[in-house]
Structure formats: C-alpha cells, structure tokens
Design a binder for this molecule. Structure first.
Ligand SMILES: [Zn+2]
Ligand SMILES: [Zn+2]
Length: 278
C-alpha cells in the first residue's frame, strides 16, 4: 500500500497513475473553516476517480475534476449514511451530463431508492428526466453472486447480514483486487467470496461500535472490534491491508484503541481524505 496525502488543488492537478488502483474514503465532516476532519459520518469510497462504492458524501466532497469523471455509483444498501448526498450529486450535474449517472444495485435496493428517495416527494424521479443530451440517471440492476462489469472493473456482490438488504463487494481492475464488507454483523457468504479470490490487496471492513456496545451492534447488525476479530478468522488469506471503516464518530477513539489492541499487524483505521494506492 502506498499512501498519499493530497490537498484539493494537488488532487485536481494530479494525473492518475494507471499503475495503481486508487481508493479514497471521501471526507464527510468539516470544521467551521471548511477543513475536512477525521470523523466518518457518511460512507463513499471513490475508486480511480471513476466509480464510487456508496454515495453518502458524493455530492459534497468530490472536487471539480472528479465530478466530471464519476459516472457509476454502486449502492450497497439504502441507509441514509450511504446515499445522503446522491440526489444532490445528480441535481448538480443535471444540465451538463452527456451520459446518465448509473446507479448499480440489486433490484431490492433499486425498489427502495425509487420508493423512498427518488419519488417526486423527497427528490425528483431523475431516472425519468432528461436534459438536452438525454437521460440523467439510470438504474442498472445486478444479481448477487454473478460477476458484472462497471467501467474497467469486474465486480461480484453477495448478501451480507445487515438490517436491510445489503451487499458486500469484491472489485478487481484486472491486477488488483479489493473487498468491501459494507455494513454487516457476522456473515459467511462474503468471506467465502473473498477467500475464493486468487489474491487480495485490501479489505475494507466495518467496525461501528465499541466492544461495550455489543448488544446494540448485534441489534443494529454491525461489528465491534471483538466481532470483527472473529470474522477475520473466516478469511483464508492473510497479509492484505485491512482497513477499518464506519467507526461511529461518537465512539471513534474507543473503537480505534480496541482495534489497535487486537494486535493485528496489517489492520488500521482508514483515514478519510487520504488517497490509498495498491
Ligand atoms: Zn447500514
Ligand atoms: Zn452505514
């Protein structure tokens, strides 16, 4: 793993080096001067400035160059922290889009987005609207367990164990393979999928609550550092970078300390705003 710390202006001028897969957890929390800070309130992973996994902060944290290149969004599940600014993202780009924003999700999740978000009450049914050049948003369903392509990526989604229909993902650019647990409690199919991958460079796994809140984690179908440790035993690989995400901001320091205390060398808390490369 190579880490880069880039400011906004540097990010905009940096040409993407195609030798690496780039992943950034977009910032979603800002101080009074507008500077991003470490707290993760929303979930949106930006991959190669082209695709996002979830869209919590997509409408507030992309720079102008990224706004022009991100046209595919995978929604793992419809919880607000994963889709909060997706409607704003489409709205901002409405007049200038030359191709639709493609929302990739299971049929179940697409139905929920249509019913509860893009429903002409909360926000417009963008999939039915056009600008001068054509449609501005389209839903692209995928089937769980079946490989599909988005841009230069090959992706497989499988159900995980969350309170609403949710998928975990395996994503490869042909050279580098990474996995996203999304929000989940203890699960199995995801670990089978990840263990079948020939090699894995990075695993993004949720760690929402501290160990003392195990009952709430269980009820809301999330992990704690202790249950995360048990989940990792289901993995046949080792040596990949393990990046913990989705730490609830109110308990971030405790969860981070408990993760550190697990003593797993290649496990760290993912930093928001940092561009990671593999
Ligand atoms: Zn969730
Ligand atoms: Zn979440």
């Amino acid at each position: 793993m190579v880490g880069l710390y880039l400011g906004r202006s540097e990010l905009e001028s940096e040409s993407i080096n195609t030798r690496y897969l780039h992943i950034q957890l977009l910032p979603s929390s800002f101080d009074a001067a507008g500077r991003a800070n470490a707290a993760q309130r929303l979930t949106c992973f930006l991959i190669d400035d082209r695709l996002t996994v979830d869209a919590g902060s997509i409408g507030i944290a992309l720079n102008d160059a990224q706004r022009r290149t991100v046209r595919d969004v995978i929604v793992t599940h419809p919880h607000m922290d994963h889709i909060a600014s997706l409607p704003i993202f489409v709205d901002d780009l409405f007049g200038e889009l030359e191709q639709p924003i493609r929302i990739h999700a299971t049929d179940e999740v697409i139905d929920l987005l249509k019913r509860d978000v893009f429903n002409d009450n909360v926000y417009p049914r963008f999939d039915e609207l056009k600008n001068e050049r054509g449609r501005v948003m389209e839903y692209v369903p995928f089937e769980v367990g079946k490989e599909f392509k988005v841009a230069h990526f090959t992706i497989t989604a499988v159900p995980v164990n969350h309170i609403v229909p949710t998928v975990g993902l395996l994503i490869s650019d042909g050279k580098v393979t990474v996995a996203f647990s999304s929000d989940t409690a203890e699960t199995q199919e995801f670990w089978n999928l990840v263990s079948r991958a020939p090699h894995l460079e990075a695993l993004f796994i949720e760690a929402s609550f501290p160990n003392s809140m195990g009952a709430l984690a269980e009820a809301s179908k999330h992990l704690t550092p202790e249950t995360l440790r048990k989940e990792l035993h289901k993995l046949s690989h080792n040596g990949m970078d393990i990046l913990a995400v989705h730490l609830k901001p109110a308990y971030r320091e405790t969860v981070a300390r408990e993760l550190l205390e697990l003593g797993i060398d290649n496990l760290s808390v993912m930093e928001t705003g940092r561009v990671y490369e593999w």
